[in-house]
Design a protein around this ligand. Structure first.
Ligand code: UDP
Length: 238
């Protein structure tokens, strides 16, 4: 049993919102993600969420723009669309949520500042961080680590579609070995694909633990909030 978690930062990939489709937003997937967030709130946690944009546009790998900065900017805008969609899904189930974005667009969302974010969290509102870090050449994983540190979250939760971290892709390899407790350096040196290296390095430098869980299993986020030991943890082991 680990200690009860008061404030979490949940990182959802864009893919988590597209459900069974390869692309776009799926109402069922959105409502599933919203229920996970509600569950964590119902268990007393303050919840920040960072969503990716890969279901709409993966900037750096996109063939839409030749210029990396333009492509990444499109990717960041895609995360704002996802953030608004999740806010809408949360509104529908009675959860007050605000979108804060690093890219200034006051008619669409509040501009991200630590003070705003913490004020909302302390008032019991869910904060969804859109617009990535506001800078190209970064990822939403790095943004998740950054926002988790800014809001002083107890835990960064990386939502995936498998039960945690494996030594190789468990979907492709039947002999993949489950790794329950991993040191930051091991995650980096073995390139385990948990989050990108910048995100893991940021967590390592600030001693912020990362939990990797299967988001498709109902109740998993709430279990973490209650202090249960599920999924895999990436942390300082020595
Ligand atoms: N992006 C960026 N800066 C950031 C965050 C995201 O430029 O701080 C861009 C980048 O092009 C990335 C895209 O937005 O490919 C979508 O984010 P990501 O690939 O991290 O989404 P996910 O894979 O989690 O759906």
């Amino acid at each position: 049993m680990q200690k009860k978690i008061k404030r979490i930062l949940l990182k959802l990939s864009g893919e988590a919102l597209s459900g069974k489709k390869d692309y776009g937003l799926d109402p069922e997937a959105l409502s599933l993600m919203a229920r996970c967030v509600k569950d964590a709130c119902d268990h007393g946690a303050q919840v920040g969420v960072v969503i990716g944009g890969g279901n709409i546009l993966r900037g750096a790998g996109s063939s839409v723009a030749a210029d990396r900065v333009s492509a990444d900017t499109m990717g960041m805008l895609a995360t704002v669309i996802n953030a608004l969609a999740l806010k809408d899904a949360l509104d529908r189930i009675g959860i007050d949520a605000r979108v804060l974005t690093a890219l200034e667009m006051p008619k669409v969302a509040e501009t991200m500042t630590k003070a705003h974010a913490v004020e909302h969290l302390n008032a019991g509102r869910v904060v969804i961080f859109g617009g990535g870090t506001g800078n190209p050449f970064f990822t939403t994983d790095t943004n998740a680590a950054l926002r988790a540190l800014e809001i002083e979250a107890d835990l960064l939760i990386k939502a995936t579609k498998v039960d945690g971290v494996y030594d190789k892709d468990p979907v492709k390899h039947k002999d993949a070995v489950f790794l329950s407790d991993i040191d930051y350096n091991e995650a980096l040196s073995k390139n385990l694909g948990i989050m990108d290296a910048t995100a893991i390095a940021l967590c390592r430098e600030n001693n912020l633990p990362i939990r990797v869980i299967n988001i498709k299993v109902p109740g998993n986020v709430a279990k973490l909030v209650r202090g249960e030991n599920i999924g895999s943890v990436v942390r300082r082991r020595n």
